[in-house]
Design a protein around this ligand. Structure first.
Ligand code: MAN
Length: 528
């Protein structure tokens, strides 16, 4: 106990003496672990105020190995405060700030060895040597940036002229579009005019066709009536023009379930609750129910010709043989096959008259041909407008793309670079997409489409993000981060997959050789 108190007192005295020595030895007076810029805040002739302003203490408390300030500012040269900062000058190399907890911890952190002034670690001063290496590296990088920046200037020039060309193309396309719209509108007027003439000329044909349709429908109606009446008269055995239940009961055709007897329900099916029906009602209601049964009967008894018809049920009439009856049922279909005008009417409605049939008179055919030609020209003109609009959209999308501060990336849009590892061939098409193809076969897997620049605020154009690739099995969409650095060649250097379905690419290009302060070496800010 006594021994440890003695040690601690000895240690404190040692620290005070050594800090006085350091203070005296420095070019500018400052306590141990204090940077030149903070030196004025430590004045031995005044009390010391903690940086956070929470306390003022006698100057002798500074670096006395006891933490007084919450922010650790009173102990820059000892490890007493957990949050303190120790500054090493590292003459001959870069100055450095380290957490003061590393002071005298037996590990050499500063190249000048000053962080281990009272520990057993024997830290030599390697600053000269490291500084030399760092200066050589800085020199190499400066030269790389210098050479790269010439290439970058070329890229900027090309990029700008590409954008100018696109802007010119765009204004030319806008003009073309206005012109094409004018042509399309003219063609539309012409088309409408010719279609009016065409419609007028075709009216005669349509009316004739309508009349023919009506005539056929009427003919069919009369046939049906005739057919129905023939059957009615056959069942109306007493010829009193009324068909009674009794009369129906003797006709086998009303025996729907074929049990050899015509019962009440079967009669009801044909005439409802009535006791009898007259001719009109038979034609109107019963015939449509009866006709299919008659046809079935006829079919059954007529395997090849008409000879086998069921003469018990139906007597053959002059006109109404089985084939005719069948034919009537198919009348609709026949009618459709029959009429040239029918198909023409359909074509006219579609504005595509069948020119092969030659059913129009010469004058009408001419009008139809002219209208057809006008429709073709109008749709060609519409297509031209749409194509121009699509080209305009493409150029506008490219013009809206962010190709870097000075358009240095513009010419790289759409260019692709590949990288192969053991398993895959990766392809990066700048501003478009990233893909992966297995060397063992299979198709390309999309690892992302162009998303955005995603570097830190001070160096936005150092990172590209490609998003919404093919969904990962049981996971999110694949995506790729492209880290861009200055290089004399434009090249894909490496591809890794640090997390499943998240890919990282390293890419170099002279386009990135703009600001040497963004180079990796310079990017580390040692000064806290
Ligand atoms: C494929 C590749 C890999 C990826 C797996 C995820 O094999 O796209 O990169 O990790 O799918 O299932």
């Amino acid at each position: 106990m006594i021994y440890s108190t003695w040690i601690s007192q000895y240690h404190s005295v040692f620290l005070i003496i050594s800090s006085i020595i350091t203070y005296v030895q420095s070019d500018v007076s400052r306590p141990r672990g204090v940077s030149l810029s903070k030196a004025p805040l430590y004045s031995p002739t005044k009390d010391f105020t903690c940086f956070d302003g929470t306390m003022t203490i006698p100057f002798s408390y500074v670096n006395d190995d006891y933490c007084d300030c919450f922010d650790g500012s009173d102990e820059p040269g000892t490890s007493a405060c957990l949050n303190g900062v120790f500054h090493c000058t590292n003459a001959g190399h870069r100055p450095q700030n380290i957490p003061s907890s590393r002071v005298n911890d037996g590990v050499c952190d500063c190249c000048d060895g000053t962080d281990e002034y009272a520990s057993s670690a024997k830290c030599g001063n390697t600053c000269e040597e490291l500084g030399k290496e760092a200066r050589a590296e800085a020199q190499r990088i400066a030269e790389l940036y210098k050479a790269g920046s010439h290439l970058r200037v070329e890229l900027i020039e090309k990029g700008n002229s590409k954008r100018n060309e696109m802007a010119e193309q765009l204004s030319q396309l806008e003009k073309d579009k206005a012109e094409a719209e004018k042509v399309r509108d003219e063609k539309e007027v012409l088309k409408n005019d010719l279609e009016t003439q065409e419609n007028d000329a075709l009216k005669v044909y349509r009316e004739a066709e309508e009349k023919e349709k009506q005539r056929k429908a009427e003919e069919e109606r009369q046939n049906t009536i005739k057919e129905a009446l023939e059957q009615f008269n056959r069942f109306d055995s007493n010829q009193d023009e009324v068909l009674t239940i009794d009369e129906m009961k003797v006709a086998n055709v009303f025996d729907k379930n074929k049990d050899g007897e015509v019962d009440e329900d079967e009669i009801k099916y044909f005439i409802g609750d009535r006791e009898s029906i007259d001719k009109e009602s038979f034609i109107e209601n019963t015939w449509s129910l009866l006709k299919p049964l008659l046809m079935m009967e006829q079919g059954m008894f007529k395997p090849a010709g008409e000879e086998g018809a069921d003469t018990e049920d139906i007597e053959q009439t002059e006109e109404g043989d089985a084939e005719d009856t069948m034919g009537d049922l198919d009348a609709d279909a026949d009618q459709e096959e029959e009429g040239d005008l029918d198909s023409q009417d359909h074509d006219v409605e579609e504005h595509e008259p069948d020119q092969q049939t030659g059913v129009y008179d010469e004058e009408t055919q001419k009008l139809v041909d002219r209208a057809t030609e006008a429709r073709r020209e109008h749709s060609d003109a519409e297509r031209t407008v749409r194509e121009i609009e699509s080209n305009i959209r493409k150029i506008q999308q490219n013009l809206e793309k962010d190709y870097g501060l000075q358009q240095e990336y513009a010419t790289l849009d759409g260019q692709c670079w590949e990288y192969e590892d053991k398993e895959y061939v990766y392809k990066l098409c700048l501003f478009q997409k990233v893909t992966q193809k297995s060397k063992n076969g299979g198709g390309e897997i999309g690892l992302g489409n162009w998303g955005e620049w995603a570097g830190p605020d001070h160096n936005r154009y150092s990172v590209m993000k490609y998003i919404n690739g093919i969904a990962c099995w049981n996971g999110p969409s694949r995506m790729t981060i492209v880290q861009i650095s200055c290089g004399l060649e434009t090249k894909l250097l490496s591809v890794t997959e640090p997390y499943r379905c998240e890919y990282k690419m390293e890419f170099t290009t002279p386009a990135a050789c703009d600001d040497v302060s963004n180079a990796p070496l310079h990017a580390s800010h040692d000064e806290l």
